[in-house]
Design a protein. Structure first.
Length: 531
């Protein structure tokens, strides 16, 4: 999503329910895919096939010449790390997968990739790990061959395992120098009690430090999760499906499926709001973040898409809150939201970097006020229509090359191993109404779901750690704000006419520290004259 892309760009770092089988989402009733047409945000035709071993193959001719992008999302992320003391192994295997095999040791593997002039990398998230390579179409068979070999025959020594484990610890320490990475770590640890989203992709530090001692378990983790039924091979670019699918069958068809099953623990409904503070050891600008336990990703239900639009409308660069905090009052030099899609319900929220510590409370309250507003009344239909159009065409504009198309597809395919997921999601976008957004806001922006996290070198103002009810920030009803002052006429047999003006204001609306203001105003209006 565009909002998540913004979050990832700002971070510049890898922040990066009972469920089912082998990391796959629980089975659900899914709508039949609509035929490709004008409603599709990605109007390309794909050929899909599930091999006998469970591997899913998706071939997408993009129309761009000569280039092919291979994306291999594996439904294995930190979410799968259910064993106590064993967090961080999904990310660890992102590293280990470049260690090579007996047929293609790392030096030989890298030589093949270099000779092909390929661009290659991988990344790990909470829910999946994606391996991606972009290269000239003439090298398609070679790349498919060596990629299949490392997925089927990964080989590493205990010494190599320990070396990579120490490298992962170094990466953790490096990332921890980024305030946003540390915020995410503390935020999730505080917010979750049961679900594996409690730890980030990197894992708990105590588990990372112990990782060099877990050689035997590493073999077990790989055998459990790196299996064809958890994996999709996406081949996009200057390709012909009738050639690609036989090649995938040739090199990947003998990959043995697994039989491992696990239940991911469901997070219970939060009992109350939580607050956590991250003390920072060196000078840095303070951060205030407000998050809520939000919905899981869905390409059929409305809540996740509604949340995406709510954050854009209320905290995006065209929102009143952004203009006020960043442009007008200039209390904040960075304000952005994060609604990254997850298989299970996770956090969705807003991050603000302050210029001065003195503004921490007022910025926190302004953000809470905005969330309270979002659940108090529907957004204007025109604003919603514009936001939906902007989200759709921002995505379309970005899909200007094969690699971006393939990468975007991987981020959606990984949920259900289906090409249709991307287009289905944007069909849900198109159906959203102001009432849908209001319903989602009222469902998720609640006191018990609130998670506040701050970071600073110096102590935060004490009131920041006290979490007020959102009801305290609820705006007056629209009818009260728009009500006209009534004029009440009193008619008698006497010749004079008496009239009263009734104002819906009294001492209950006096600001703190200015008690008596309503009475004073009334006296001034009643007794003062005019020019």
């Amino acid at each position: 999503m565009s909002v998540s892309r913004v979050f990832a760009a700002v971070c510049a770092a890898s922040l990066v329910a009972v469920m089912t089988v082998a990391g796959a989402p629980a089975p659900s009733k899914r709508k039949a895919a609509a035929p490709a047409g004008t409603s599709d945000v990605l109007p390309l035709k794909a050929v899909e096939k599930t091999l006998g071993n469970g591997l899913k193959v998706i071939v997408v001719p993009t129309g761009f010449p000569n280039i092919v992008s291979l994306q291999i999302p594996v439904q294995t992320g930190s979410r799968n790390e259910v064993e106590p003391g064993k967090s961080g192994f999904a990310h660890f295997f992102e590293h280990m997968m470049f260690r090579g095999t007996k047929a293609y040791p790392s030096e030989k593997y890298n030589e093949v990739i270099t000779q092909a002039g390929a661009r290659q990398n991988a990344y790990t998230t909470n829910d999946y790990t994606n391996y991606h390579t972009t290269f000239a179409k003439d090298d398609l068979e070679t790349v498919l061959k060596i990629e299949a070999d490392r997925f089927k025959n990964l080989d590493y020594s205990q010494e190599g395992f320990k070396t990579e484990a120490r490298a992962v610890l170094g990466e953790y320490n490096k990332n921890s120098a980024n305030p946003l990475v540390k915020i995410e770590e503390v935020q999730h640890d505080k917010a979750f009690t049961t679900h594996t989203y409690k730890h980030t992709t990197m894992g708990f530090i105590k588990d990372i430090e112990d990782m060099p001692n877990q050689f035997d378990y590493s073999r077990t983790f790989f055998e459990h999760w790196y299996r064809p039924e958890n994996t999709t091979v996406i081949v996009a670019g200057d390709v012909e499906p009738q050639r690609v699918i036989p090649l995938v069958e040739k090199y990947w068809g003998d990959w043995k499926p697994g039989h491992y099953r696990v239940d991911i623990p469901r997070e219970p409904e939060p009992a109350a709001a939580v607050y956590a503070h991250v003390p920072w050891p060196s000078p840095t600008l303070p951060w205030v973040t407000i998050a809520f336990h939000g919905p899981a990703f869905s390409d059929t239900a409305k809540d996740y898409a509604a949340m995406d639009l709510l954050l854009d409308l209320y905290f995006g660069e065209t929102s009143d809150t952004y203009k006020r905090l960043v442009e007008q009052e200039q209390k904040v030099d960075a304000l952005f939201s994060d609604n990254e899609g997850h298989v299970d319900p996770s956090l969705t929220g807003v991050y603000a970097r302050l210029k001065k510590m003195d503004d921490a409370l007022s910025v926190r309250d302004e953000i809470l006020k905005t969330f309270a507003e979002a659940r108090s009344r529907p957004v204007a239909a025109k604003r919603l229509s514009d936001a939906k159009s902007n989200a759709r065409y921002a995505l379309v504009k970005s899909l200007d090359n094969t690699e971006t198309i393939a990468d975007t597809l991987a981020g959606f395919v990984r949920y259900h191993r289906s090409f249709d997921t991307l287009n289905n999601f944007y069909r849900v976008y198109d159906t959203l109404t102001p009432d849908d957004l209001l319903a989602a806001a009222r469902r998720y922006f609640t006191d018990n779901r609130l998670v506040e996290t701050t970071l600073s070198k110096d102590p935060m103002p004490a009131p920041v750690s006290t979490l007020p009810s959102l009801a305290a920030f609820a705006p007056r009803s629209a009818s009260a704000e728009k009500a006209e002052v009534p004029i009440v006429l009193q008619k008698t047999a006497l010749p004079q006419i008496n009239f009263k003006l009734l104002f819906a204001v009294g001492s209950q609306r006096d600001p703190a520290g200015k008690e008596g203001l309503a009475a004073l105003s009334g006296a001034m209006i009643a007794e003062a004259g005019s020019n």
